[in-house]
Design a protein around this ligand. Sequence first.
Ligand SMILES: Nc1ncnc2c1ncn2[C@@H]1O[C@H](COP(=O)(O)OS(=O)(=O)O)[C@@H](OP(=O)(O)O)[C@H]1O
Ligand SMILES: Nc1ncnc2c1ncn2[C@@H]1O[C@H](COP(=O)(O)OP(=O)(O)O)[C@@H](O)[C@H]1O
Length: 211
Amino acid sequence: MTTTKSTNTVWHHATITRADREKLHQHKSVIIWFTGLSGSGKSTLAHAVEDYLHKMGISTFVLDGDNVRHGLCSDLTFSDDDRVENIRRIGEVAKLIIESGVITLTAFISPFKSDRNAARSLVPHGDFIEIYCQCPIETCEKRDVKGLYKKARAGEIPFFTGIDSPYEAPEKPELAVNTHDQSLAESVRCVINLLIDRGIIKDTPLPDDAD
Ligand SMILES: Nc1ncnc2c1ncn2[C@@H]1O[C@H](COP(=O)(O)OS(=O)(=O)O)[C@@H](OP(=O)(O)O)[C@H]1O
Ligand SMILES: Nc1ncnc2c1ncn2[C@@H]1O[C@H](COP(=O)(O)OP(=O)(O)O)[C@@H](O)[C@H]1O
């Protein structure tokens, strides 16, 4: 399916390529796609991983659901169709950012498998790393970081994920972190180890002055 309505446009090939930019940055660029229920730890983990990578001298950028919905996606609701469009846009933006040679971390509920797979299909094989922030809804609800579960249960927020809107868990994510049982530090370590195992970053200790 094509989503473009633009006609008479011609692709302009850049002289500086993604490979050139990766060489300049001295590391590969990939999309690290966190998915999970509200309160499962996507934002906390994405930012903690970014913090770690930044201290290693790696170029990163986080696209966060709440923030993006203040701007790029402020026209979208939480209906199924609008969530599809939300994730389509994020996939395209993440694709652009990795072209710049920067590691992109995304923190969106992204409840539908087909949308996550569509985002995966935008980039070369191996460049999309799906990380499932696995956490029972009871724990997310107990955390209720923003008080949204309470509002949803009171009927003040319709179509809330996990309550009256579906969440399709990934079947084969590159990594699942159980944020109910694991500490944040343990979850960060799992993500960093995965990046090392895949040859995306080098296994070097953080500089002494990084903490
Ligand atoms: N109805 C409903 N369902 C779920 N979440 C809601 C809803 N309304 C507002 N919020 C807040 O919006 C954040 C999720 O936005 P996303 O863009 O990640 O959602 S989605 O991927 O399009 O499903 C989500 O942020 P996180 O808690 O960080 O996941 C909520 O703060
Ligand atoms: N292993 C973990 N990884 C991420 N967050 C965790 C973990 N363990 C506990 N938490 C807590 O869970 C909450 C997750 O909130 P948040 O990151 O806003 O979730 P989301 O972005 O998925 O809505 C935070 O209060 C965080 O401190």
